[in-house]
Design a protein around this ligand. Structure first.
Ligand code: PLP
Length: 403
């Protein structure tokens, strides 16, 4: 299917609303994306006529809900080109996925002095779970800085690996600068297990886990145009075999007695309790929608937005763009002399333009840039060239106000 931006926009009801008396220009998809009607309909259908608890019912609705829910595992595996669908573990998002790896795989295996290599580009979700291991069991965190242009060469990550390295934890795409990291080259260059945070990359480019060759790959549904509280982590079978369950409860057991417990096979072993049934069904609808549009087509459209935004931002020599690497998504972290990031976001909001201001859950990266905050414009597949221009006009207006 070809990419028809007008049709795509019409699929997202919220995009036709006004904010502060102006047409909404939504440039905060990096924080959370808007939802297409197919996702809203899937949620409504699931609750309206197909809802029951999953996996345990002997009745029609439970079987139907289980079928709908489990089908999403297959959809996710297809979306990520994952080798086996039982390697897809449902989570409430990337944060839960990475915590599962930290508690279930790393904590029982890593000892004091063992090292985890991670980049300064990481989101807190791919930092704090490793800090737990540093605080609680003396694991050493080794940080790799990005280059001046925001890029993160694979070789730089590989150079930080020593005989004590037990894990490389790296983002596939920065949520602050949009930098794309060549995670396949990192995986090719080492035998150390690699965890990839795919929260942003999976939204903006085709992901092929089989080709990347990583051990763990985390995604979060609400950025993928699906419901908040949905997501998954792909974990290679070999790594699953090394893991202990993180949470205990219903659905993840085989047998429980007073004296003993045994666990269900993966993936259920790592999915304790009643899951986010309808959230995942909504995510399935979102991924089908993305695959119908074609991730290549989406990426091509967004490259156009990136190039236009980059060119227009370069005209504004009073705006600094942090980390404007050649290979990046249409995500721009911006600062301006004389105006705080919060001022920029407030002025833009009055013009109907939604951007995020703050540290973007990436404080080590903001420290690297010597900033307490930036304003982030994060574009998505439903944005247009006119919206790029609206951002530029808004920034120019800021400049007039704040000098
Ligand atoms: N990693 C990156 C790169 C992100 O952008 C985000 C969300 O902002 C996360 C991890 C955390 O995702 P979630 O809060 O959905 O678990």
């Amino acid at each position: 299917m070809s990419f028809d931006i007008d049709k795509v926009r019409a699929d997202f009801p919220i995009l036709s609303r006004q904010v502060n008396g102006r047409p909404l220009v939504y440039l905060d998809s990096g924080a959370s994306a808007q939802k297409p009607q197919v996702v809203i309909d899937a949620i409504s259908r699931a609750y309206g006529s197909e809802y029951a608890n999953v996996h345990r019912g002997m009745h029609y609705l439970s079987n139907l809900a289980t079928e709908r829910y489990e089908a999403v595992r297959t959809t996710i595996a297809r979306f990520l080109n994952a080798p086996h669908e039982d390697e897809v573990i449902f989570t409430s998002g990337t944060t839960e996925g990475i915590n599962l790896v930290s508690y279930g795989w790393a904590a029982p295996r890593l000892q004091a002095g063992d090292e985890i290599v991670l980049s300064v580009l990481e989101h807190h979700a791919n930092i704090v779970p490793w800090h737990f291991l540093r605080e609680r069991q003396g694991v050493v965190l080794k940080w790799v800085e990005p280059e001046a242009d925001g890029s993160l060469p694979a070789q730089k990550m590989l150079s930080a690996i020593t005989p004590r390295t037990r894990l490389v934890a790296v983002t596939h795409m920065s949520n602050v600068t949009g930098t794309v990291v060549d995670v396949a080259a990192i995986c090719r260059g080492t035998d150390v297990p690699v965890l990839v945070d795919g929260s942003q990359a999976a939204v903006h480019m085709p992901v092929d886990i089989a080709a990347i060759g990583c051990d763990f790959y985390a995604i979060t549904g609400h950025k993928l145009y699906g419901p908040s509280g949905s997501g998954a982590i792909w974990i290679a079978r070999d790594r699953q075999a090394e893991m202990q369950p993180f949470m205990g409860g219903g659905d993840m057991i085989r047998d429980v007695s007073r004296d003993a417990v045994s666990y269900a096979d993966p993936p259920l072993r790592f999915e304790a309790g009643t899951p986010g049934i309808v959230n995942q069904i909504g995510l399935g609808a979102a991924l089908e929608y993305l695959m119908d549009l074609g991730m290549e087509n989406i990426a091509a459209h967004e490259r156009g937005l990136r190039d236009h935004a980059r060119a227009r931002l370069r005209e504004l020599n009073w705006v600094d763009v942090q980390g404007d690497a050649p290979d990046k998504a249409a995500i721009f972290s911006l600062t301006m002399q004389g105006a705080h990031a919060h001022d920029i976001a407030t002025v833009l909001d009055k013009r109907g333009i939604a951007v995020r201001a703050g540290t973007h859950c990436a404080m080590p990266l903001m420290q690297h840039y010597g900033l307490s905050a930036s304003a982030r414009a994060s574009f998505a597949m439903y944005n247009t060239m006119d919206e790029v221009d609206a951002l530029i006009d808004g920034l120019s207006f800021c400049r007039e106000l704040f000098g």
